[in-house]
Design a protein around this ligand. Structure first.
Ligand code: 5GP
Length: 203
């Protein structure tokens, strides 16, 4: 089977990237895989080992880097986050669309290993809207909200490193935009080269 599509999704905290990717994946049943990252951060209430993340100690994380098991990794806050490479390679070889939901630093490093990766940056309709969404969650202190907004501004500065920008104003529209990008990328000459050859040589 032909190689699948690697899709990197990045967005400031509060832009709804997890909900968006879950919505897009629901519309492509059996075709996609969501990479489970490794992290050194503490498990939050409601999270399960191996589901949201593979939670490991700092030593274990560093050992995985040393052994070449990570596609990319980055420090975010005071914790380390990274993408285990083996499941990504396996799913791509099965022709699947593989989603990585990662921050911008790691997003920049993915293309060093997979230059053909498609990078999508999710933007909020406005900073005011992002602030009101973060407040609406009622999970963060005033200081944490201000900190997230400050990081969001820095992350938005790096949106130009991405191939596509999706505005998450209306959830369904944003999901459709992601599906449209995936569909177009699957039809790109890069992915369809073999199909063209097949048509020529079987003529
Ligand atoms: P959280 O701790 O809120 O779950 O995630 C913090 C940030 O780390 C988010 O921006 C999330 O997308 C990012 N992140 C999650 N997994 C990875 C990963 O494997 N690599 C990188 N570079 N960032 C990640």
């Amino acid at each position: 089977m032909s190689d699948g599509l690697l899709v990197v999704i990045s967005a400031p905290s509060g832009c709804g990237k997890d909900t968006l990717v879950a919505g897009a994946m629901k519309k492509m049943p059996g075709e996609c895989f969501l990479s489970v990252s490794m992290t050194t951060r503490n498990m939050r209430p409601g999270e399960t080992q191996g589901v949201e993340y593979i939670f490991v100690s700092r030593d274990e994380f560093l050992k995985n880097i040393e052994e070449g098991n990570m596609l990319e990794y980055a420090v975010y806050g005071s914790n380390m986050y990274g993408t285990p490479i083996a499941p990504v390679k396996k799913k791509l070889s099965e022709g699947k669309t593989v989603f990585l939901i990662i921050e911008v630093e790691g997003g920049g490093n993915v293309k060093k290993i997979f230059p053909e990766a498609t990078k999508i940056f999710i933007v909020p309709p406005s900073m005011e809207e992002l602030e009101s969404r973060l407040r609406g969650r009622k999970t963060d202190s005033e200081e944490a909200i201000m900190n997230r907004l400050c990081i969001a501004r820095q992350e938005l500065q790096r949106a130009e490193e991405y191939d596509y920008i999706v505005e998450n104003d209306n959830l369904d529209d944003a999901i459709d935009d992601i599906l449209a990008i995936v569909r177009a990328q699957k039809l790109s000459i890069n992915k369809m080269k073999n199909k063209v050859k097949e048509v020529i040589y079987n003529a």
